[in-house]
Design a protein around this ligand. Structure first.
Ligand SMILES: NC(=O)c1ccc[n+]([C@@H]2O[C@H](COP(=O)([O-])OP(=O)(O)OC[C@H]3O[C@@H](n4cnc5c(N)ncnc54)[C@H](OP(=O)(O)O)[C@@H]3O)[C@@H](O)[C@H]2O)c1
Length: 292
């Protein structure tokens, strides 16, 4: 069994981007920039945004956090997004979700220029992904594919079984793996909670991608020998031995499944770190494609 080490690969991606940005600085060129817009006071969102800004700083990417109060109107937010759509120093715009209830999230996401939609959540980006055009794929699924590619895992003609059909993981990763492209070209099955017997599908998987949000759900008897397992789940479960009183586990019972798997991601240390690295990569891509 080989660990799909998201930490190592994410570090490698960051190192590559850092070198590219250093070259731009040397040449006296503008550098890529990412603005994160945070509305309200959600502690988890604050942590996410802070870690994204820290990632940018590590690789020399310009970054800014726009922190707005919880009563910010939809109109004010739309104006701010529009301001950054025009700003030549910020090539990626990220609006941290969830937004306060009085703001229509769809409207805000749709207002982000598709050229700067580095989260890949807008209907334009999603549509382009589905029809196989070059676009920004959202960061978690893009990170999953990158991990598979960097470990040299064959995907062409392989049966990829995706557990979960959310718009941020399940559907986009299924669409990515379906494309007739390198690092994809797979036979894809998407499963969800209406499946009567999930094992029927999971046992057929050459590559199993679990994104259901249910701790240790996938057991050894549900997979075949040699399966490649990507565990997207991030679940908090009680742990009396930990000072915090909890620990983070994935959707896959790592202990059992890793005995049968050829490759498997750990949780933590797998997909989560890839998600962060791909946001930087998408921002660099936005700079290359549309920056000056
Ligand atoms: N590592 C990362 O960077 C990252 C990023 C995003 C999410 N996550 C984690 O990934 C997990 C999934 O996130 P999400 O946002 O995709 O979750 P979500 O929006 O809650 O979607 C969960 C999906 O799983 C399906 N599902 C739930 N229980 C199931 C079961 N027993 N059998 C079959 N399907 C089942 C649901 O089916 P229905 O559609 O029928 O309800 C739904 O499609 C969570 O643990 C989340 O924290 C990690």
């Amino acid at each position: 069994m080989i660990l799909l080490d998201g930490k190592k690969v994410a570090e490698a991606i960051k190192e590559e981007l850092k070198n590219e940005i250093a070259k731009l600085v040397e040449q006296g060129k503008n550098i890529p920039g990412l603005v994160a817009i945070l509305v309200g006071e959600n502690p988890a969102s604050e942590i996410y945004v802070r870690s994204k800004a820290k990632d940018c700083a590590e690789i020399g990417m310009r970054s800014k956090v726009e922190k707005l109060g919880p009563d910010t109107s939809e109109e004010t937010l739309l104006k701010l997004v529009e301001k950054y759509n025009q700003d030549k120093d910020y090539h990626g715009i990220l609006v941290q979700l969830p937004l306060p209830k009085h703001i229509n999230e769809d409207k805000i996401i749709e207002a982000i220029s598709p050229k700067k939609d580095v989260d890949g959540f807008s209907p334009v980006s999603v549509g382009n992904l589905v029809i196989g055009k070059d676009t920004f794929a959202s960061c978690t699924p893009a990170g999953i594919q990158e991990l598979l590619v960097r470990y040299g895992i064959e995907t062409k003609g392989k049966h990829v079984v995706v557990l979960g059909r959310s718009n941020i993981v399940g559907k986009p990763i299924a669409n990515i793996m379906l494309q007739k492209k390198a690092g994809a070209n797979s036979i894809v099955t998407i499963c969800h909670s209406a499946a009567k017997d999930l094992s029927l599908f999971t046992k057929q998987a050459d590559i199993l991608i679990a994104a259901i949000g249910s701790p240790n759900f996938v057991k050894a008897e549900m997979v075949k020998d040699g399966v490649v397992v990507v565990d997207v789940g991030i679940n908090r479960i009680e742990d009396k031995n930990s000072a915090k009183g909890y620990k983070i586990v994935g959707d896959v019972d790592f202990e059992g499944v890793s005995k049968k798997a050829s490759f498997i991601t750990p949780v933590p240390g797998g997909v989560g770190l890839m998600t962060r690295a791909m946001l930087l990569k998408n921002t660099f891509k936005a700079y290359l494609n549309f920056g000056e």
